[in-house]
Design a binder for this molecule. Structure first.
Ligand code: ATP
Ligand code: MG
Length: 249
């Protein structure tokens, strides 16, 4: 599909790397392909960063937009405040000019809804074509999200591999139907991708990435045990965690 995921276009931001996200649409008439990478990022780690880099490169996205979530309504155990999770993401992506960050969810008090976030981003940035980047685990969780049927109609999807989850698990998703051998082949491969269509008729690309078995849960556990978290996340994020005494209890 022309203009869809995987269709490489000239990067319109090449000469203007410093522009902020909300200004992009004003300056350019060409469609920019942007991957929205949402998450709690509690904290952000190399599993997130490497995945975003590989997705961007393999699919020729112009930008990856990291969107740290807001604060959950009931204080979930061991979740850093939205402001601090946003700060850590900011520190983590600062050296990559093709990574950008949005506070659209973290600046608001309370719970955020992906549907509302995407709708707001689309309204603010009509020149951008958004695809939602989700790990297999997150994609399988969509039925539990706010207005899932609306969500799967809103944007394209990029479903990425994650250690501990198999593409074959997507057979249980009510939003996508892909033949078993295709999913099995993808699970067995080191790299590769498959272009599919959601039942909502939106495009979905399944992408096999370098497996990095890192999770925020494990990082928080290690901090609690006073064990090393070195090489699991950027050193500056590690320093931030130590300085602010996060995840100690
Ligand atoms: P937690 O353990 O607290 O749930 P997490 O490591 O799963 O944290 P999230 O912020 O929940 O991180 O995930 C944000 C997105 O990044 C999700 O779509 C998730 O599937 C994806 N993701 C997280 N870690 C990895 C990884 N190591 N490889 C690929 N995708 C990942
Ligand atoms: Mg998670």
């Amino acid at each position: 599909m022309e203009g869809g995921i995987g269709y490489r276009q000239k990067n319109p931001l090449k000469d203007n790397p410093r522009l902020g996200c909300s200004k992009w649409s004003y300056y350019f008439s060409q469609i920019m392909k942007v991957g929205i990478f949402g998450g709690t990022f509690n904290p952000i780690h190399y599993g997130h960063l490497r995945a975003a880099e590989e997705v961007r490169e393999q699919l020729g996205l112009d930008r990856v937009l990291f969107v740290p979530s807001g604060n959950p309504p009931l204080k979930r155990k061991n979740i850093a405040p939205a402001r601090q999770r946003f700060e850590m993401a900011k520190i983590a992506i600062k050296d990559n000019r093709l990574f950008t960050l949005s506070d659209i969810e973290s600046r608001l008090p309370g719970k955020s809804y992906t549907v509302k976030t995407i709708e707001a981003l689309q309204k603010e940035n009509p020149q951008m074509e958004f695809s939602l980047i989700l790990g297999i685990d997150a994609f399988l969780d969509i039925p539990n999200w706010w207005h899932p049927e609306r969500l799967v109609n809103l944007s394209h999807f990029i479903i990425i591999s994650r250690p501990g989850y198999a593409f074959l698990d997507l057979q249980s998703s009510p939003y996508i139907k892909i033949k078993k051998p295709i999913l099995k082949d993808l699970d067995a491969s080191d790299s590769g991708s498959h272009k599919a269509t959601l039942l909502s008729q939106r495009e979905a690309v399944l992408l096999r990435l370098t497996p990095l078995s890192i999770s925020s849960t494990e990082i928080r556990r290690l901090v609690r045990l006073c064990s090393s978290i070195k090489y699991l996340l950027p050193p500056a994020v590690q320093s931030y965690i130590m300085k602010n005494k996060l995840y100690k209890s």
